[in-house]
Design a protein around this ligand. Structure first.
Ligand code: DAH
Length: 340
């Protein structure tokens, strides 16, 4: 019996030395000290021995059990510590590493331009309004005094949804909506999308943006229009900018004009941007036609007004020297990210 016990102790020592993992240690514990463990069996059979044998063997067996138990416990503590440390090393953060770069988006150049324009007009007392992109033929043409045979009404120029509903070709219908909803004094600008059946090229797009302006009050004259437009041009393109008005025709204004600004690239000498003329056309404007005011039941003896329409893409292209309108809609991050 004693031999068997000693052999077991030797074997246990060897096995304990070979342990690699916590699991193996647990398995060995069960194998030796568990309910049916090898050492447990021996300890159990001690009671069947003669008193002397029992005394000798019992002591050795108990000592062996304590040793094995302590030894295993120590190994298990060791294994646990090691896994904990391995875990900590895995989680270690290198605080000296450079941080991850979070790329911050930028506003679209059209948004930047619209924001800049509306800021300028706000500073002059205009409020900002918006109208729908799907409009009635009435608001887009009829109420704006467009001749029933005006070529812009043609299905080759305008996107029709049905006989009465279109995609607006200009922001001018917001003028109609405004005078139908408000009484003078009126001072409003309305930025937004417009649509025309144009084949895309470097300067045309079937979808583009305008900003509309309308002012209606007692005693408003062409001089007010010129003052506001000149101030806008100076704030938008630089304080040395000069403006000039050329007679033009729009159905909804009388008189009508187009405004040119002195070329901000060459200062008026003539260059590639202004095609050698020194001037760049930037907007259409005029005194609101009485027929338009009448749609809103505005007393045309008492009130007059001015209106203007500015192409947003055109303005942005000139100011930021963008040479192809299609760049605005491709959303290539290399283009979009250049403007902050
Ligand atoms: N709606 C015109 C266009 O699309 C632009 C315009 C010209 C608007 C004169 C106006 C204006 O309000 O008075 O070409």
């Amino acid at each position: 019996m004693l031999e068997k016990l000693n052999a077991l102790i030797e074997k246990a020592k060897e096995r304990m030395a070979e342990l690699q993992t916590l699991q193996e240690a647990e398995e060995l514990r069960i194998k030796l000290l568990g309910k049916k463990g090898e050492l447990t069996e021996i300890l159990r059979s001690v009671k069947d021995l003669s008193p002397e044998e029992r005394k000798a063997l019992g002591r050795v067996a108990n000592e062996a059990r304590d040793k094995i138990e302590n030894g295993l416990n120590a190994r298990m503590r060791d294994f646990k510590l090691r896994t904990e440390q391995a875990e900590l090393i895995k989680q270690k953060i290198d605080v000296t590493q450079p941080g991850k770069i979070v790329s911050i988006g930028s506003r679209h150049l059209l948004t930047i331009t619209i924001d800049e324009m509306t800021r300028i007009f706000r500073s002059m007392g205009f409020s900002v309004s918006e109208g729908p992109e799907v409009e009635t033929v009435f608001n887009n043409f009829d109420a704006l005094n467009a001749d029933p045979n005006h070529p812009s009404r043609d299905i080759t120029d305008t996107f029709y949804i049905n006989d009465e509903v279109i995609l607006r070709t200009q922001t001018s219908p917001v003028q109609v909506r405004t005078i139908l909803a408000q009484k003078p004094p009126i001072m409003v600008v309305a930025p937004g999308r417009c649509f025309r059946c144009d084949t895309p090229d470097a300067t045309h797009s079937p979808m583009f943006h305008q900003i509309e302006g309308l002012a209606v009050d007692e005693g408003i004259s062409m001089a007010d229009l010129k003052g506001v437009m000149d101030s806008f041009a100076k704030q938008m393109f630089g304080s040395s900018t000069r403006t000039r008005f050329r007679p033009h025709h729009f159905p909804f204004t009388e008189p009508s004009a187009e405004m040119d600004v002195s070329c901000f690239k060459c200062g008026g000498v003539g260059c590639r941007v202004c095609k050698g003329s020194g001037w760049i056309e930037i907007l259409g404007c005029g005194e609101v036609h009485p027929n338009v005011l009448k749609v809103g039941n505005i007393d045309t003896e008492r009130y007059t007004g001015f209106a203007f329409g500015i192409g947003v893409e055109r303005t942005a292209m000139l100011k930021y020297e963008v040479d192809d309108i299609r760049l605005f809609y491709e959303n290539d991050i290399r283009f979009v990210g250049q403007f902050r």
